[in-house]
Design a protein around this ligand. Structure first.
Ligand code: ASP
Length: 589
């Protein structure tokens, strides 16, 4: 037996017991005749102590220990002289009677403690050492608890976890596929799934009316901040359901996670908002509703004052920033520069400072104090508030004002990561027109059903009509992040064929790519719908962290590399030949 207890387990109640622990040496300290060792394992840290006056042999061994040596220690649990209330085992220490080195360790390239001195790159390269640190351990523990809770909850309400294949067929929709050459089928390739979308729908056709899977998905996208080429979804699908059934089921799941993982109870239903309202009031399809500061459309209200900028604008929007009327000239200039950054994209910023002494604005030339007061009162600004106004093209400026809203929320400390504000965004447009390729794309994916009341427009050949078709699609949004998305699906092969037609596929192409699912729908497909949650993101939000990387045991860096394995890497010529592939990469020609 290597150990009787773990390093996180012993308390004062164990005093007097002889125990054996095993773990890693975090630190050795010498104080007078006493030598202390902090011994670490997955469960915590326990202090070991050896007195030079008692055993010379043990103390010689202690003196030889280096950081991260793996040792086995036996001794008596004793009450500590000076207690450490920061750790669970802080009231006791183990008086060593035996010590054995199980394995030596070379000095690690960074300190393995709560706060390390190691930079990101070196820690990524030695991920297995970084994973010994408590913050990462906590992240992975949280992830495990989440996964466990998901499986529990969904199993209890009748869902079956079913695995779907990783080697599948490339589809031209969505992101770029990762592909895998097939040795047995020269010149042919599998694709790794971007999601199990078609498989879960086929499972519905097969009659497995409640499916879920915690599943890896692969998307070969240029990595934007905090994306991973492989990531995990909680993927779910249900048959004989309407939108309401799906939302209720997964609201139940989210509530169970909040309660059982974080101890936060949500008694009310999550708010729901339409895509259109989300854009109008928050300038985003993933509103952060931890704070108010809703956007106001004031396009008509401000016209007719001979101020061309606002008279000619398609859209004028305003937010009321509470308590910021005291912003200085310098602060406002800086904010103006901020909104002009390409990421925000406004041409300029108009402000109204509603002070007790009166109203001051950057448009005083065109608007009297009464005019400005009227605007303020229409949008609920009170004394002490600052009103910020953006104007221009509607879609763009709604987005810009939404970004400004978030920024002001940050500056005012209103986006507290320990506060959780979930909501559903519903009724997305079905299609998105792309000017460059002159075609429609599915906003969610091509299997999403149009809303029944928009069916007529769905069969129209006019672009304006098709643009107005809404989808039976919904997103689950948490603190300004889209955590889940899904829809009621098309289950009629004719409607599915029409969808591919709208997306510009020829009949042959649609058949070649998606024939299997169009065909399956002919054999009695039940009405169905589902959702998938980004599991990594869900975990990081629960952990109050911005980045998902800590919630993945072995993540890639932001150029898609695994720096620990040094992957991706070349393969040798023989392997390439076997796969019938040739590289055109410059150095390999
Ligand atoms: N498969 C979809 C996605 O990955 C989710 C869904 O519609 O269920 O976004």
């Amino acid at each position: 037996m290597y150990r009787s207890h773990t390093c996180g387990e012993l308390r004062l109640a164990n005093a007097g017991q002889t125990v054996t622990l095993a773990g890693w040496v975090q630190r050795v300290r010498k104080m007078g005749s006493l030598n202390f060792i902090d011994l670490r394992d997955r469960y915590g840290i326990t202090q070991l102590v050896a007195d030079e006056n008692e055993s010379k042999e043990i103390n010689e061994l202690v003196a030889s220990l280096g950081r991260e040596y793996v040792i086995q220690a036996t001794g008596v649990v004793t009450e500590r002289q000076s207690k450490n209330n920061k750790i669970d085992t802080g009231e006791i220490e183990i008086k060593l009677t035996e010590l054995k080195v199980l394995n030596k360790a070379v000095t690690p390239p960074f300190t393995i403690e709560e706060n390390t001195d190691g930079g990101e790159d070196i820690r990524a390269q030695y991920r297995y050492l970084d994973l010994r640190r408590a913050p990462l351990k906590r992240a992975l523990e949280l992830r495990h608890r989440m996964a466990h809770e998901v499986r529990n909850y969904l199993s209890n309400v009748g869902f079956m976890e079913i695995e779907t294949p990783y080697l599948i067929k490339s589809t031209p929709e969505g992101a770029r596929d990762f592909v895998v050459p097939s040795r047995m089928n020269p010149g042919e390739f599998y694709a790794l799934p971007q999601s199990p979308q078609t498989f879960k729908q086929l499972l519905m056709v097969a009659g497995y009316d409640r499916y879920f899977q915690i599943v890896r998905c692969f998307r070969d996208e240029d990595l934007r901040a905090d994306r991973q080429p492989e990531f995990t979804q909680i993927d779910c699908e249900m048959s004989f359901v309407e939108r309401e059934d799906v939302l209720n089921t997964f609201e139940g799941l989210a509530k169970a996670l909040f309660k059982n993982v974080l101890g936060k109870e949500f008694t009310e239903a999550f708010p729901r908002i339409s895509y259109k309202d989300a854009m109008e009031y928050y300038g985003s399809d993933k509103p952060d509703i931890r704070f108010g500061m809703k956007m106001n459309t004031i396009t008509d209200m401000v016209k007719g004052h001979n101020f061309a900028v606002l008279d000619d604008a398609e859209y004028v929007g305003a937010i009321v920033v509470p308590g910021c009327a005291g912003y200085t000239r310098k602060q406002l200039d800086e904010l103006t520069e901020w909104v002009k950054r390409p990421q925000v994209g406004a041409k300029g910023l108009i402000y109204i400072k509603y002070n007790a002494e009166g109203i001051k604005s950057s448009i005083d030339k065109f608007y009297s104090a009464d005019d400005l007061k009227a605007i303020c009162s229409a949008i609920g600004a009170a004394e002490g508030d600052l009103v910020l106004v953006l104007s221009g093209e509607k879609k763009k400026m709604q987005g810009a004002l939404g970004t400004l809203r978030l920024e002001m929320g940050n500056r005012l400390g209103l986006r507290d990561n320990s506060v959780f504000a979930p909501l559903w965004v519903c009724d997305f447009p079905l299609l998105e027109w792309d000017d460059e390729t002159q075609r429609f794309y599915a906003m969610h994916h091509p299997f999403t059903a149009p809303k029944p009341e928009d069916m007529e427009k769905f069969y129209s050949n006019k672009k304006e009509d098709l643009e107005q078709v809404n989808a039976n699609a919904y997103d689950f949004v948490l603190n300004g992040t889209e955590v889940g998305g899904g829809s009621i699906r098309i289950h009629d092969s004719k409607v599915q064929e029409r969808m591919f037609e709208v997306l510009g596929f020829s009949k042959e192409d649609a058949d070649y790519r998606f024939g299997f699912i169009i065909n399956a729908f002919k054999y009695g497909a039940p009405p169905h719908g589902g959702i998938a949650f980004g599991f990594d993101r869900f975990c990081s939000l629960f952990g109050g962290q911005e980045t998902i990387r800590d919630y993945i045991a072995f993540p890639k860096n932001n150029t898609g590399r695994d720096v620990m394995l040094d992957a991706p890497s070349r393969i040798d010529m023989a392997q390439m030949d076997e796969l019938f592939i040739k590289s055109t990469a410059p150095e390999q020609k």
